[in-house]
Write a protein that binds this ligand. Structure first.
Ligand code: MG
Length: 158
């Protein structure tokens, strides 16, 4: 079997608003992401990991933020489309391991819902999906609640 590893990263700024979209789940909060899409950093990191492992151009090339078709789009739709594009090239996902870095809100209790949503969107078993959340110990832009980052490692098989 042919194994391919991929890595993805994303950051979005926070602005006043209502709720964060993370892993396709809306989490109540008094801020939201500044973004062309819904700003779902976790899904964007996963998409870039998938594309990197498949040897495809990154998310900005696949879904340009200059294209009005993607304005305010639910990133789960982009993830589903990415899965279709890599499946068409003969790849299937082995597992993903991800970390969200944010100071607030606390999202530990939302992780099962995020895993469930990703599982359905990616057609991947929940035990092949790891989602972790950490703070930055109040350091830097994340600590000041100016933004949120996410990292994803992906294994593909062909
Ligand atoms: Mg993004």
């Amino acid at each position: 079997m042919n194994f391919r590893v991929g890595f993805g990263f994303d950051t979005h700024a926070l602005i006043p608003g209502s709720g964060l979209r993370l892993g396709g789940v809306t989490i109540p909060f008094d801020k939201t992401f500044k973004a062309h899409s819904d700003g779902d950093v976790l899904i964007h990191a996963i998409i870039d990991g998938l594309l990197g492992a498949a040897g495809l151009p990154d998310i900005g090339n696949q879904f340009p933020d200059t294209d009005p078709a993607y304005k305010g789009i639910d990133s789960a739709i982009l993830l589903k489309e990415t899965i279709e594009r890599i499946t068409a090239r003969g790849f299937s996902v082995g597992n993903i391991d991800t970390t969200i870095v944010l100071q607030n809100p606390k999202i530990a209790t939302r992780i099962p819902a995020i895993v469930d949503t990703l599982s359905k969107t990616m057609n991947l078993a929940p035990d092949c999906i790891s989602v972790k959340a950490k703070t930055s110990e109040k350091l830097g832009f994340i600590g000041r609640e100016e933004g949120v980052s996410a990292y994803a490692v992906v294994l593909l098989t062909r």
